[in-house]
Design a protein around this ligand. Sequence first.
Ligand SMILES: Cc1cc2nc3c(=O)[nH]c(=O)nc-3n(C[C@H](O)[C@H](O)[C@H](O)COP(=O)(O)O)c2cc1C
Length: 378
Amino acid sequence: MKIGNVSLPSPFVVAPMAGMTDTAFRRLVKRHGGCGLVVTEMVSSEGLVRGIDRTLEYAEYTEEERPVSIQIFGGDPAKMAAAAQIVEGMGADIVDVNMGCPVPKIAKHSAGCSLMREPAHAASVIDAMTKAVRIPVTVKMRAGWNDASRNAPELARRVQDAGAAAVTIHGRTAEQSYKGFADWDLVAEVAGSLDIPVLGSGDCVEPQQIVERMRYAGAAVPGYGQVDPEGRRSISGVLVGRGVLRNPWILAQATDIVAGREPRQVTRAARGQFLLDYIELLLNERVNETKGFRHVAPGTDDRLTTDLQPPTARGRERWVINKIRALCSWYSKGFDGGSQFRVRVNSCESISQLHDIVDEFFFAPADATTRPPLACGA
Ligand SMILES: Cc1cc2nc3c(=O)[nH]c(=O)nc-3n(C[C@H](O)[C@H](O)[C@H](O)COP(=O)(O)O)c2cc1C
């Protein structure tokens, strides 16, 4: 599958998730296989243009993650175009526009999903961006603002006409937030009516669901994105969000299924190791990194690393613990003893305590000798 001139090795994508899909997490998921594209957490166009350190950090990525898409949000065409140029200057493969975030803090500024309420304005944002950069500009939207306005088909066509190279639809409305179910019929309808690739998002928590959604939405896996004799295109790929937070192997397992293999089994110890690796990567973010390891905004690679790190070792520990807490609220869902594990993680005070908790839960459960390895996505 290609988005503009960017080839994706797989149609399965790590969805953008604020607070979750940081560079360390993306690297780890990528290492486990099956991942065709990673998307950063959403990044403020305003913050990028003004050079705010925290914003610039959210946009950073490493070579290992390629192909990589940086998602930006904002409602001002000129600022979005300028932000897209910064993203291009960072060497990202794709710049994605968030037209799906329903959070009032974002949506009240004509950004995120409120752009769906102003389709002509949304198209002018894409028009300005596609004129400003050579990399593909893509859009991630919802089904619409609310049930009375499920206008993804109209908006998708408008942004295609404005030059967007691909569209992703999370098949819920902003009003629904995360309630109910994603409407994959709508995703298929949009895919069938556009010339550019359309990807779907929503409710894939098991690897089988990723493959089923592709088939259900008309994609003849693995020939996804095919055009039928009447010229209708099927969906080209699936973005997986919460499913990856629960099971970082889910994209590799979906790839196994497409290839006709049994989805790989992931042992309890492997799940523990993932957390330990994530802790390690987070602890070492920006520590002794060689120049060029991290792709940064042009003109900012001379920022002092010390300026960007939490001021004390204790501050860094706290930051890492908070990140692990956020992930564990998804990662331990559905596992025996998961809620106790979360309580322990939530009250832990140091990295060494965190290591002990992970060790006890994943490597030395009381019934380790009798319990079969846990399949992921349970
Ligand atoms: C914690 C969290 C943060 C999210 N942040 C973003 C974001 O920054 N940008 C975006 O376009 N979507 C964001 N989403 C939406 C997801 O990308 C995805 O479309 C949605 O969760 C539905 O897919 P899922 O059922 O596979 O999770 C977020 C979702 C979650 C759960």
